[in-house]
Design a protein around this ligand. Sequence first.
Ligand SMILES: Nc1ncnc2c1ncn2[C@@H]1O[C@H](COP(=O)(O)OP(=O)(O)O)[C@@H](O)[C@H]1O
Ligand SMILES: [Mg+2]
Length: 271
Amino acid sequence: MKIAISGKGGAGKTTLAAAMAWLLARGDEGHSPKRVLAVDADPSPSLALSLGIKVPPDLVPVCEMRELIKERTGVTSEGYGVFFKLNPSVADIPEKFWVERDGVKLLILGAVQKGGGGCACPENVFLKNLLSHLILQRDEVAVVDMEAGVEHLGRATVKGVNALIIVVEPSLPSLETAHKIKRLASDIGMKVAGPPPTKGVFAVGNKLMGPEQIEFLEKGLRDIPLLGCLSYNPKIQEASLKGRASFEDNETLIKETRVILKKLEEALGRG
Ligand SMILES: Nc1ncnc2c1ncn2[C@@H]1O[C@H](COP(=O)(O)OP(=O)(O)O)[C@@H](O)[C@H]1O
Ligand SMILES: [Mg+2]
């Protein structure tokens, strides 16, 4: 199973990604523990913090490994421009750079900020190839924490994604971003999820304070199916202040994530 998580900045992508990855790896209520690869593809990576994983101080996001990217893409600068391979080898990268805790293997990709997602610079080509490899060629469960878009996913890669989950807060800007992401996903061939068994775009609500807000979200999401919600939970903020895993000592978050995973499995036809 491959899950990609997107949504407006601050909506709770990283919190949800960490809780899902941890719960899937731990195994739960009749589910056997899975091998889980958590992938941080956000320009400001923070999934390690949310997972409670200490990253060695000298480990930089893969997108900043200039020498490696140069070597693999064979960048050369000639006369009129820069030439490099469009299909660099990446198969050995995950094992080399992931950091593991509680059965979750975390790979920090980062993102290329300058030039935007469409830029065909060596860094972006390398990252896209790596993500495509993780999704299409590896057999772990993958949970990918992305930015507010689907920049890293191309048409070929998105075919391997079972669920693109958009995290939404009960606010109009958050809903607006959700529909924008839905359109971007549709442009590369992933539609909103239909009746099960299905794959596609789903939503998860976050920071909810009561049933009226769930109603507000359901209405505003229109055709995007809402898998479930996480309630507003000060313990999550507390954990991020103290640098602890968001799910540590947080039964509410664990319970709510469990419900979301169950709904997802049902929707995907694996329930
Ligand atoms: N359910 C929640 N209740 C309260 N605070 C939350 C909740 N989910 C996330 N937060 C807080 O909101 C901020 C953004 O969450 P984060 O998961 O980092 O969002 P994103 O990855 O989408 O930018 C963090 O400070 C986090 O602690
Ligand atoms: Mg984040």
